[in-house]
Design a protein around this ligand. Structure first.
Ligand SMILES: C[S@@+](CC[C@H](N)C(=O)[O-])C[C@H]1O[C@@H](n2cnc3c(N)ncnc32)[C@H](O)[C@@H]1O
Length: 315
């Protein structure tokens, strides 16, 4: 005789349940209360090398409990079901394989937005919020037509358009799968009326002097560094979003050389950079004849954003 609802469910549907990725975990959790499951999960996440095991366990449990809070469920065991445990086990099984938390949950907060994330896009990073902040501090509400080169999830484009209702924008990416994610995010943020998405290679095919502002967070990791990155990035994020070539600067060479052609006279640009790339990127910017250079830090104090303007008579 099954002694718990979970055992009853497994026995009535054994073949189906056994296919679930979290099946071994949820078997181990049988008879445990939520508090014990949480401690078990934190230990399991820590054992595979996840530093933020406590936080990750909290986010995973919150996801399966929502809208019930962890405190409510700990206080009232009736709010915790075997179905919730089985779903938690499925999510945990992915995280234990070092799938990024954002991909397990399917979304990531960025700026004031909650953006959909899949394995086809770079998870939007807190570092990139430094670029959004730098642009908003330097560009007022005057109508701008902006371009986001390598838009990925659409994070920068959506954040800037959400803050500047008079702006319009275009996102370009080489990856059609990334553009499908960006489209969903622009729809969810109700920005499709002011934004277009184009598949292409950086600025290729875009008209001359069409943009008041160009932003980009291009791939900037040197190719030989990629293999040493943490598994979440190395094995689960798109190489196209990461690999910046032999010295990490391949994309900057192409993008920066094209900025004077793409920008309107006096137009602005903001580029995210790796923490050790400021001098090299500034040199490329100067060689392209662009001016008013600033290098701005992220919250950790690392060089993160190069901001500048095209001359008033560029082109
Ligand atoms: C570092 S990710 C940035 C994604 C997003 N803008 C963000 O900040 O979260 C770089 C993006 O550039 C795109 N990309 C790479 N090479 C490209 C190319 N030659 N032309 C256009 N986009 C490219 C990748 O597909 C990826 O989405």
């Amino acid at each position: 005789m099954p002694s718990t609802p979970f055992e009853a469910a497994v026995q009535s549907n054994a073949a189906e349940q056994a296919k679930r990725p979290g099946f071994p975990l949820v078997q181990a959790w049988q008879g445990m209360e939520l508090g014990t499951i949480r401690r078990h999960l934190v230990a399991a996440l820590g054992s595979v090398g996840i530093d933020e095991a406590e936080d990750d366990a909290r986010f995973l449990i919150a996801d399966v409990l929502a809208p019930v809070s962890l405190a409510q469920a700990l206080a009232d065991p009736a709010l915790w079901s075997w179905q919730a445990a089985a779903r938690l086990a499925d999510l945990a099984a992915l995280r234990l394989e070092r799938v990024p938390l954002s991909q397990v949950l399917g979304s990531k907060p960025f700026w004031t937005l909650d953006l959909k994330v899949t394995r086809d896009v770079l998870t939007p990073r807190a570092d990139t919020e430094a670029l959004v902040e730098a642009v908003l501090e330097r560009c007022d509400h005057t109508p701008h037509h902006m371009l986001d080169l390598g838009t990925g999830s659409g994070a920068i484009l959506a954040a800037l358009l959400s803050e500047r209702p008079g702006w319009t924008g275009q996102g370009v990416d080489l990856s059609p799968a990334a553009l499908a994610v960006a489209k969903g995010n622009l729809e969810a943020c109700e920005l499709t009326r002011r934004a277009t998405l184009v598949q292409g290679r950086w600025g290729d095919g875009l008209g001359d002097h069409g943009f008041d502002l160009i932003v980009s967070n291009p791939p900037y990791i040197a190719s030989d560094v990629l293999a040493g990155l943490e598994p979440e990035v190395r094995d689960h994020e798109p190489a196209l979003a990461l690999d910046g070539g032999e010295d990490g600067l391949d994309a900057y060479r192409v993008i920066i050389a094209d900025l004077p052609r793409l920008l309107r006279p006096g137009g602005s640009f903001a580029l995210e950079i790796g923490f050790d790339q400021a001098a090299a990127v500034m040199a490329l910017v100067q060689a392209a004849g662009l001016s008013a250079l600033e290098c701005l830090p992220d919250l950790a104090g690392h060089d993160r954003v190069v901001f500048g303007r095209a001359g008033s008579g560029n082109g």
